[in-house]
Design a protein around this ligand. Structure first.
Ligand SMILES: [Zn+2]
Length: 262
């Protein structure tokens, strides 16, 4: 920051016939100075909830790439890291259906598709196990854990999805915003309804207290294995797109207002 406010290099003595032209570089110089100052201030005042990684990424984004460094078309530049936990993976089966389908395998299938979709969009998604050692102090723009609910028939209302924000996040507004994005986009894509029972299992989810508090996190139960079995197992692409769009909505700070139908 200090380097921008230091004395500018002295201008070369203009030749008399180009005296008038010499004003424009001076204007350019001060415009550039202002741009650098704005960029510096932006970095300086970026919310401290951004992880160090994110700050580095911002700096990289704001830094002009030297022409000498050839960037191949389609090469992703500073990537945004996103953690995806496949619920129960590497630990236990989770809910089990009569036909042998386990929650863990459904979660892993969804989480793997979410990882692929985010990767295709140029993000840096990391697939994590339920008790992955990397969860300790995990720093990323987002962490989302994917689970599913019971495969036992409870009642006719045991259908739909649930989302809970990590209350251990340093900025709970951001966590609530992530949860809002997930709810909105997941419902929009899958046409499923939210189930209005969010348990302590969700809000006090173990990984929330393990990750870096600057990592914005949420957990989604994408459905009930019993009554939502069809969409969860046979339309997993759609389910994964709903989760992916929710994450992208948060990262891109997209509007959550319902879009009017044409
Ligand atoms: Zn579970």
């Amino acid at each position: 920051m200090d380097s921008a406010s230091q004395t500018p290099p002295s201008e070369p003595a203009p030749r008399p016939q180009t005296r008038r032209k010499s004003k424009s570089p001076r204007i350019l110089q001060s415009a550039l100075g202002a741009a650098i100052l704005v960029a510096t201030l932006f970095i300086a005042f970026a919310p401290n909830t951004l992880s160090g990684n994110l700050n580095d990424q911002l700096v990289a984004l704001l830094t002009t790439q030297p022409d000498a460094v050839a960037v191949l078309p389609g090469t992703p530049r500073p990537q945004i890291k996103i953690g995806i936990v496949a619920g129960h993976w590497g630990n236990d089966s989770g809910a089990v259906c009569d036909n042998g389908t386990t929650e863990q395998e459904v979660n892993l299938k969804i989480a793997t598709l979410v990882q692929q979709k985010l990767g295709a969009l140029g993000f840096d998604p990391i697939l994590l196990k339920e008790f992955d050692t990397r969860l300790s102090g995990f720093r990323a723009a987002v962490l989302v854990s994917i689970h599913n609910d019971s495969c036992k028939f409870v009642n006719d209302q045991a259908t739909g999805f649930k989302v809970a924000a990590a209350m251990s996040s340093r900025d709970t507004n951001l966590a609530n915003r992530l949860a809002g994005c997930l709810r909105n986009r997941y419902q929009q894509i899958t046409k499923m309804s939210p189930h209005n029972s969010v348990t302590n299992d969700m809000t006090l989810y173990h990984a929330f207290s393990e990750i870096d508090p600057n990592t914005t996190a949420a957990i989604i139960e994408t459905g009930f294995l019993k009554l939502d079995y069809e969409i969860l197992t046979n339309n997993t692409e759609l389910v994964a797109t709903g989760v992916t769009n929710g994450i992208v909505c948060f990262i891109n700070n997209e509007n959550l207002e319902p879009t009017p139908t044409p």
